[in-house]
Design a protein around this ligand. Structure first.
Ligand code: XMP
Ligand code: MG
Length: 189
């Protein structure tokens, strides 16, 4: 696959438009404003996929909060979970006694989120919750709770608005389903 492939070459169809995404951010921001009133949470963006969602979501939250980032890797080969998770870039803040809100792009098997929640709780956080843009519930194989999410998605590979394939296409402004042949090209390599 050439790195110059443009959006029309790789997207099969649009799943969520920019307006759909904006509506999800407004709804979730309102809910988080109510639930975190008076708490000053530490909002933790899960790198790299959550950065687009994080900036839009937090601007809909009328709650004083601080930001931090955590990069844990789970996807060894681009589209299937390797099952092995490690911290690539750690938080800079001390989470002890903090109300922590993890912001994720998508929760799939739940392994990554479970790892992050346990890591943060083990360091003495008062609470840890997750707000994900998308929830691939059908693929879940852990008991982790996705406390807030924008929408369910089926078992298809989505890109755009932070979501990537081989660390590309994050900048597509909407969320689309990747053409199966794009994945096939990679698998057959
Ligand atoms: P787990 O399985 O640990 O995986 O819940 C979470 C991470 O997997 C990535 N992921 C995707 N990325 N389109 C993507 O661009 C998808 O359809 C998709 N499904 C899972 C994502 O990085 C997420 O943080
Ligand atoms: Mg991710």
């Amino acid at each position: 696959m050439a790195k110059s492939d443009n959006i029309n070459d790789i997207i099969d169809h649009k799943l969520f438009s920019e307006d759909d995404i904006h509506e999800m951010c407004v709804r979730l921001g309102k809910q988080l404003t109510e639930d975190y009133a008076g708490k000053k949470p530490l909002v933790v963006g899960a790198l790299k996929g959550a950065i687009y969602f994080l900036t839009d979501l937090t601007r809909q939250m009328d709650v004083a909060h601080q930001l931090d980032f955590l990069d844990v890797s789970s996807y060894g080969d681009g589209f299937e979970s390797s099952g092995k998770i490690k911290v690539v870039t750690d938080l800079s803040a001390d989470v002890k006694d903090r109300d922590v809100l993890i912001v994720e792009d998508i929760v799939d098997t739940g392994l990554t989120l479970k790892y992050m929640k346990e890591l943060i709780m083990d360091r003495g956080a008062k609470s840890v919750k997750c707000c994900a843009l998308l929830n691939k519930e059908a693929r879940r194989n852990t008991d982790v709770v996705v406390d807030y999410y924008g929408s369910e998605v089926g078992n298809e590979f989505v890109v755009g608005y932070g979501l990537d394939f081989l660390n590309m296409y994050r900048n597509i402004p909407y969320i689309g389903v990747l053409k199966p042949e794009v994945i096939q090209k990679y698998v057959n390599k």
